[in-house]
Structure formats: C-alpha cells, structure tokens
Ligand binder design. Structure first.
Ligand SMILES: [Zn+2]
Length: 541
C-alpha cells in the first residue's frame, strides 16, 4: 500500500490548497454502548510463522521486568526484577545459547538442567529464593528450590528429604540471560504467566518479518506465556487503541490523506473486534498475510497516532456484528465480490462496488511475459497443475466476477496432451497461478519475420494470423494455423499476462479511498461506500 507515495504527496499538496468542508474534525458522539476499551490478545507468530508455539523466547527491557499472572485481559503483578534480558523456556533439559540475541535453544542435556530439589514453602518470592537457588511459583505458593540438575541421580544426591521436582513440558523456567541464573520456575497451571516492562516500558523481542528476516521489535502491553507439550505459546495483550496505532504504522504508513487514514484506522480497530483466532485462544495474530501487520511500535509516528485518536472507539458494524474487514491497495476501479473471491453465500456489504474514473496508477499495474516453455515451467512446478505434462500450455478465462468486477472466477489451463485443470474462485486463481491478483488479461502473440513489399525482412508482432478462413486471433497455445500471409504454420510463442493490484481485491481500496477523499468525502462516506449498509458506532469514549 505504500506504492502510491509520490502521487499521494502531490494529492496532499493539492488538498492543502483547497480544503473541502468534509475535512472538519470528526464529531465525537457519546459512546453508543457505554463500554470501555477492550484488550486485544495478539498471537505472536515468531519462529514458525504458522502459529504461536516456540521452544524459547527472549524478552529485553532496560527498565527491568514485572512478572505476574494473566487473567486473559489484566496483568496481575507478582514481583519486579532488575533483569534486563529474560529467556523463557519450557522446564526441560536443554542447551541455550545465551549470547545469541534470539536465545536459540535445543532440547537435550546441555547447560540448562530442569531437575530441582524441593526446599519448602515460603510466604513470598524473595524469602523462598533466599532459602535456596531460586523460587518456584506453584498453585500452593512460593517454593524454595535447589537446582538445576540435568539428571534425576544428581537431584536425588542433593535431596534433603523434601523430594525432587522433575522436568515438565507444561511448566516454564525464567532465566536471566546475562547472569545465566534462574529467576524462577512457573509451575502454576491455574493462570498463564505474564511479563511486562517495569514502569510501562516497552519490551523488545525478535520477530520474523513478513520478508522472512529477523528483526527486534518493541511492543507495548504485556506478554502472556503458557507451556504446552514442551513448547511455549506467546500472546501480547494490548489495549485496542494502542493495537490500532501499531497496525496503522505498518499497514498504511503516513502517505495517504487523513480521511483515508481515518477510514483505515476504523477498519484496523474493527478487525481486532472480529476475533478471527478466537478458537485458538487469542483474537488476532501478528502475521500480515493472515491478520494485520503487528510489528509493535516500529514506524509509529505522532500524526498517525493523532488520526487514531480522532476516531477513538469507532468501529464498523453490520447488523450489530463487527464487519469482516477486508482491504487492498488497489482494485482497478471495481472491488472483487466475496462470492467471486471465496465462493459461499453473498455477504451484502462485500459485493462489488464501482468507482468511476478510478485512475489506475502505473505502480498498481503488473505484467509478465512468458515463452511457452517458461509458462509451462512456471505452472508445472505448482502442485495444482501437476496433471499437465505437455509444454503446449493454454490458459483461458471462462468466467469473471458475477457482480461485475474483472476478477477471474474460472480459469482453464490445458496442455497439448489433452489434460485440463479448471480453477474456480478468484483467490484460488491467484494462489494457483502465483500472479499478484486474479484481475488480469491474457494476450498471445507471435513475432514473425515477414517480407515487405519493397523486399525487406522485418519482424512484426502478430496477435493472430490470416488463414484461408480469414483472420483468427490467438486464443491459446494449443491452436496453430497454417497458410495465410506468412506462409508457414505458426503458433503463438509468447503469452503476456497483464493485471492490476495485488491480493484479493475485496472490500476497501486505498487508492479508491484517496480519490474519494480528494473529492471531499469524509471517512464515514468512504467506509459506507466500500461496505454498503454498514454502520459506524462508537464503542467507548
Ligand atoms: Zn491471523
């Protein structure tokens, strides 16, 4: 979505010269539900990029940490520690690389032993720790422990009669990464462990960005950890407004008009209310291609924060339910209907909307040209096309969005051996072909050497050939024509795919919103333009 930067800068300058009335600050009606700001539970996808589980996590905060429990939305404080870097692992023997800023760990006997010796219950964390090597937080209270041993034999040798504690993948160990000393083991299964920066400081942790590279991002709120089967589940609990600021910083940036950004802030907030991952124990995930980009405060700026404040508490509803939030950078002037994209029943506010004269920026256009061999190579490495065995590939568009957008809903791909693969729904078409969107046209051409009237040889690009039956345009690679002006039998040797936009094309379009806002329409109009029949409500002040 940041591809429209230059145009937007120009548009913003034009806007400043001629500020329409619609740009007045939005009014602040009383909260319609009288509620309070909810907490968003963000499932943190770090290592696998597919879920919240990981073997180890390292959190950094120069102010130190508060360690406590979580009731799902609130941090219940327990102790404050001065440790600046805390490694969290399930309570199992392992090798931890404390010097690695990502605190890589591997299961097995290593420098961290999970066996310990029990040393009695104490009234508080500090007294339990002072009586032994560290404290274990259990559902009964604070237990003093000696440890950590890698084997049962070692633990038994140190047992003074109070018993030993064995490794368990459903408990956790918190270790100071700098001193490599155990801070505590968390063995209370009644509530998840919670950590946050002391005094409200941000917490840093390594994240894999969408591009696959590692970054250290800073996060607000508190982190919740649960160990299960030897892996940690990690959730960041953050207020809805702060979550919206974080998403704005990386999903839309600062180059769009204020009304587009206001509209977007309401969508970003509404998305969280939809609780897409509710069944998995969190509301949304941090992964940009699944939910919304959540890189903490990275790239956060005052202007976008003020925009979020100006729409505080506002969210978009259809019949009292938060709408399914779908947005895209550009759709070419007509949004793809949800039926075209995924099939299923009509969603009344996700049918196609048309924006007249929506100028398609060059940056939103894409084009790929293949030779016949290249097209075969491109498609045949995708599992859905594994049935194709012959290089003579032909792609045909059989249907487009029934609501009138150009997104392709049925694509037929065949080869010279008679195999045919038919793809339905535009999102399947996009995924199967690997093209940026399913909003594309296909053109077949042949470059031919021809003899001109004055006897010169020239290369001409033809889009079809003349035959005895007249001119025939190329419609696919499996058709070739003999005779005609050029004498020899020809088959098209190039296919050019020209498309617009990237992604599904359903719902809000950022470039379309820019056009509307420059015509003087405000964020309310823009949202109701893209999501027909919906209502914007203020949930809290
Ligand atoms: Zn997700």
């Amino acid at each position: 979505m940041r591809s429209v930067k230059l145009l937007c800068a120009l548009l913003v300058m034009m806007l400043l010269l001629c500020l329409p009335a619609a740009y007045a600050e939005p009014e602040s009606p009383a909260a319609e539900s009288g509620g309070s700001e909810p907490v968003v539970r963000v499932g943190m996808y770090i290592r696998t990029h597919a879920d919240t589980r990981r073997l180890s996590s390292v959190l950094t905060c120069d102010a130190g940490f508060e360690i406590g429990r979580s009731d799902g939305t609130n941090f219940l404080p327990m102790i404050t520690v001065s440790s600046k870097r805390i490694v969290i692992v399930p309570l199992l023997n392992m090798q931890i690389d404390y010097d690695d800023e990502y605190a890589g760990a591997a299961l097995g006997e290593g420098n961290f032993g999970a066996w310990s010796v029990k040393n009695g219950l104490y009234g508080g964390y500090y007294s339990a720790r002072a009586a032994g090597d560290f404290a274990a937080v259990t559902s009964k209270g604070f237990e003093s422990r000696f440890g950590g041993f890698s084997t049962e034999e070692e633990a038994r040798a140190h047992d003074a009669g109070r018993g030993i504690s064995s490794p368990a993948g459903d408990r956790m160990a918190l270790i100071d990464a700098d001193t490599q000393k155990m801070i505590l083991t968390y063995e209370d299964r009644t509530k998840p462990l919670a950590l946050r920066g002391a005094g409200g400081a941000l917490v840093s942790l390594p994240m894999v960005s969408f591009s696959g590279s590692w970054y250290i991002f800073e996060y607000p709120g508190f982190f919740e950890f649960e160990a299960n089967g030897g892996l940690l589940n990690m959730v960041n609990c953050v207020g809805l407004e702060e979550y919206t600021r974080c998403v704005m910083a990386n999903e839309i940036g600062g180059d769009f008009t204020k009304e587009t950004r206001r509209a977007f802030s309401i969508l970003a907030r509404t998305f969280a209310l939809g609780k897409k991952h509710g069944r998995q124990g969190y509301d949304v995930c941090s992964r940009p291609d699944c939910c919304q980009c959540y890189y903490g405060v990275y790239r956060m700026g005052d202007e976008n924060n003020e925009i979020v404040d100006s729409t505080r508490g506002l969210a978009c509803f259809y019949k009292d339910e938060p709408i399914a939030v779908l947005y895209t950078g550009a759709n070419g002037g007509a949004s793809c209907s949800s039926v075209a994209a995924w099939g299923g029943d009509e969603v009344p506010y996700l049918t196609t909307v048309f924006l007249e004269n929506d100028e398609i920026e060059e940056s939103a256009r894409w084009e790929t040209t293949f030779t016949r061999r290249e097209l075969y190579d491109h498609l045949s490495q995708r599992s859905v096309f594994s049935a194709l065995s012959d290089m003579d590939i032909s792609m045909r568009v059989l249907a487009r969005d029934p609501y009138g957008s150009s997104y392709i809903t049925t694509l037929s791909v065949s080869d010279g051996a008679g195999h045919v693969v038919e793809i339905n729904n535009s999102e399947n078409v996009r995924m199967a072909t690997g093209f940026s969107s399913a909003n594309f046209d296909i053109e077949y051409t042949q470059d031919l050497e021809v003899l001109t009237a004055d006897g010169k040889v020239e290369t001409r690009r033809v889009y079809g050939v003349l035959t005895a039956e007249g001119y025939k345009p190329f419609t696919g690679f499996d058709e070739s024509y003999g005779g005609g002006e050029y004498g020899a039998a020809v088959a098209p040797d190039k296919v050019t795919v020209r498309g617009v936009g990237s992604g599904h094309g359903v719902g809000f379009s950022a470039t379309g919103s820019e056009k509307l806002s420059l015509e003087g329409f405000d964020f309310r109009y823009i949202l109701q333009f893209y999501f027909k029949g919906t209502e914007i409500k203020r949930l809290y002040q």
